[in-house]
Design a binder for this molecule. Structure first.
Ligand code: NAD
Length: 305
């Protein structure tokens, strides 16, 4: 099997940008802007039909610096898309019982269509118990076992935002996933595992790598599609990338010199890849856009639209 074929070859917005190595740069920022415009139109139609805007509750516990940036961006993006944002900022000392009580209240609030609990949660709070308490119909992160299970059974409902963002980005650039060998590096519940399910749904032949993998290099070298979600700067050397492969780098890391970098060594990988996401500007903006899309989907599904 060769590398992914481009059926369209370029984003709907026009000529693709190429890296100096010739790879097409998968511009997550531009595609995310397009997704957000679609979301805004759907949110406006919902508001017209229902007499209220779709509502998204964003819960943050404590003041982890990175989480605060993510939460601020999500709230701003919601507002811009015409989604009503309900902010719940709780102190780090918040007990699990109190958090469960808040989730219960949000589950019962008809103005709230989506509930997002920003991770990580402070020590002493069982994140699984909190996520499991969210009404699956309002689970805009797609982390609830019901939504993961539906994705596993080929009937996705609310889909985890980052993996869904990879699929949407591939679609926008006309990258065919069906029949391709896809290797996912990382097997977390929030990225690697649902990513594998998404790729399977797209009919790729999927390999998932993790700390137990014996020969990671060989698994990456044979891949037509690589998704990296490890959390270590420049973890995958460019020399491992199959010529012409599509590379989706989910990692967001701080390099030794303070820059934001992905899990893939970008410069060398871009010499070989057919398509590659930048970090930043790749899956970060796509993740937020898919979250907003999920919020409007949840609102419409709950309203029976
Ligand atoms: P995680 O720590 O939960 O999981 C990392 C995975 O990598 C694990 O499954 C582990 O088995 C695997 N791994 C670690 N070392 C390995 C090795 N030596 N060989 C093979 N596999 C190995 O991380 P996560 O939550 O999945 O996040 C991964 C990265 O993605 C992080 O950099 C995170 O910041 C980033 N992230 C980005 C977005 C986004 O919006 N772009 C969203 C979520 C996470």
């Amino acid at each position: 099997m060769g590398t992914p074929e481009a059926t369209a070859g370029r984003p709907a917005s026009g000529t693709p940008t190429r890296t100096s190595g010739g790879a097409v740069l998968l511009d997550g920022k531009a595609v995310a802007a397009r997704v957000r415009a679609e979301v805004a139109a759907r949110a406006a139609a919902f508001a017209q039909a229902r007499g209220r805007r779709p509502g998204l509750a964003v819960v943050q516990v404590g003041n982890d610096a990175a989480s605060s940036v993510y939460v601020r961006n999500k709230r701003r993006a919601s507002h811009e898309a015409g989604i009503e944002s309900f902010a719940h900022d709780l102190p780090a000392s918040t007990s699990e019982a109190h958090l469960l009580e808040l989730v219960g209240t949000l589950n019962g609030d008809p103005r709230v269509d989506g509930i997002l609990v920003q991770l990580p949660l402070p020590r002493g709070v069982d994140a699984n118990r909190v996520m499991d308490a969210v009404d699956p119909a309002k689970d805009v992160d797609g982390f609830h076992p019901v939504n993961t299970g539906l994705l596993a059974q080929k009937r996705p409902r609310l889909r985890p935002c980052t993996p869904f963002g990879v699929i949407r980005l591939a679609q926008e650039y006309g990258i065919t996933l069906t029949g391709q060998r896809a290797t996912v590096v990382g097997a977390s519940n929030i990225v690697g595992r649902p990513m594998a399910l998404e790729l399977l749904l797209a009919r790729a032949t999927v390999t998932v790598c993790h700390t137990g993998t014996r020969d990671l290099r060989a698994e990456v070298e044979r891949a037509d599609v690589v998704v990296a979600a490890v959390g270590q700067p420049d973890f995958i050397p460019g020399t491992w990338i199959k010529p012409g492969a599509a590379v989706f780098d989910v990692g967001i890391n701080r390099s030794a010199d303070g820059r934001l970098v992905g899990d893939v060594a970008f410069e060398s990988a871009a010499q070989r890849a057919g398509w590659i996401t930048p970090v930043p500007g790749g899956l970060g903006p796509m993740t937020i856009a898919m979250l907003l899309s999920n919020a409007v989907d949840a609102a419409c599904q709950r309203a029976g639209i």
